[in-house]
Ligand binder design. Structure first.
Ligand code: DAH
Length: 339
């Protein structure tokens, strides 16, 4: 076959544009099928003069790869055809990718549910807070170290505003707007200007609790927290209170629970003490009640605040807080069936 004819075939192949899968299949049979044009030309190769055989072979290979390129280039036409084919209803269903709640959300919801059962409603406040709600109304002295730059993210243009450092600010907002009885919990995100490490992050979540009424006592606080711990971690979990200090409560305490990992025997999580701290609490300071226009000679109350991540890490045996904020799907997918 002369080179003019071959070039014509090559031109035909290269300019071919199939409109659908049937045309593509026709093209394949026409050129590459058992009796196709290219297949027949390969059969002629052995008849070529020995001096021309090499060049003829090279040209045929070019024809063949051009035709194969066309098949590859338009292979999606075949796939589209498959899609329009009627579904085979006997095929097993493809597994659906189901999203999951984040473990922090799962745990926050659990805490809210536990307190809802004993009459606590949910209240929320802004994450950008003023000095009054985050500090002053909570009885922080003007020069208290917690106000200093290393702890608080201030809003540059307005030094009176900062990202709230705790959800205790919501207490103030609730008390300013409601007269007792008050029974509320306030879950939310808080911010601290801290170096990020396995144990600390510059933002995390807290749940604040507040109960104000006539004759609320420290015994009420303890019973409420015992109830919470037993619901959250199981009735075999031990608790202990240690005296502490917060400007907004008097007396103040911190509550520990027996380590869930080693059951009190001592391990790295509890630093070999058998106990882990889970919250701060106390009786609301009369100054705080007065600041919020609640009569402190008539009403008393308790408050508590806990970090959600701390509880997530204890419950799920997670030893690095950073993994909670990396959005690594391999981590998050493990909570698909968690409740
Ligand atoms: N706001 C405290 C903190 O962020 C936690 C806290 C302690 C809250 C005692 C309270 C409380 O309501 O009574 O560390």
């Amino acid at each position: 076959m002369d080179s003019g004819s071959i070039n014509k075939i090559l031109g035909n192949i290269r300019s071919f544009i199939p409109a659908n899968a049937a045309e593509l299949e026709h093209f394949r049979i026409n050129y590459l099928g058992k009796k196709g044009i290219i297949t027949n030309l390969f059969a002629e190769l052995k008849n070529a003069a020995p001096g021309q055989r090499k060049e003829f072979g090279r040209v045929l290979n070019e024809l063949k790869s051009s035709a194969e390129n066309i098949l590859l280039q338009f292979s999606h036409l075949g796939e589209e055809k498959d899609k329009s084919a009627p579904d085979d209803l006997t095929l097993p269903a493809e597994p659906l990718q189901i999203g999951s709640l984040h473990p922090v959300s799962i745990t926050r919801q659990k805490i809210v549910d536990i307190f809802a059962r004993i009459g606590f409603t949910v209240s929320e406040g802004p994450e950008i807070e003023d000095d009054w709600h985050n500090f002053s109304a909570l009885n922080f002295p003007p020069n208290h170290p917690a106000r200093e730059m290393q702890d608080t993210f201030f809003v540059e243009k307005n030094p009176d505003l900062a990202l709230r450092t705790h959800t205790s600010s919501v207490q103030v907002r609730v008390m300013e707007n409601t007269q007792p009885p008050i029974r509320t919990i306030s879950p939310g995100r808080v911010y601290r200007n801290e170096a990020i490490s396995a144990r600390a992050h510059c933002f995390f979540h807290q749940v604040e609790g507040l109960y104000i009424d006539e004759k609320v006592s420290f015994a009420d606080l303890k019973q409420t927290l015992y109830y919470f711990v037993h619901e959250m971690f199981g009735t075999e979990t031990q608790t202990r209170f240690r005296p502490s200090y917060f400007p907004f409560t008097e007396p103040s305490a911190e509550m520990d629970i027996s380590c869930l990992i080693c059951k009190g025997a001592g391990c790295a999580v509890c630093k070999h003490t058998g106990w882990v701290e889970i919250l701060g609490c106390g009786m609301v300071h009369p100054n705080v009640l007065d600041n919020c226009k609640i009569n402190s000679s008539k009403f008393t109350g308790f408050a508590f605040g806990m970090g959600i991540e701390r509880i997530v890490m204890l419950k799920y045996g997670i030893n690095d807080i950073r993994i909670l904020f990396e959005n690594d799907k391999r981590f998050l997918q493990q909570f698909v069936s968690a409740t």
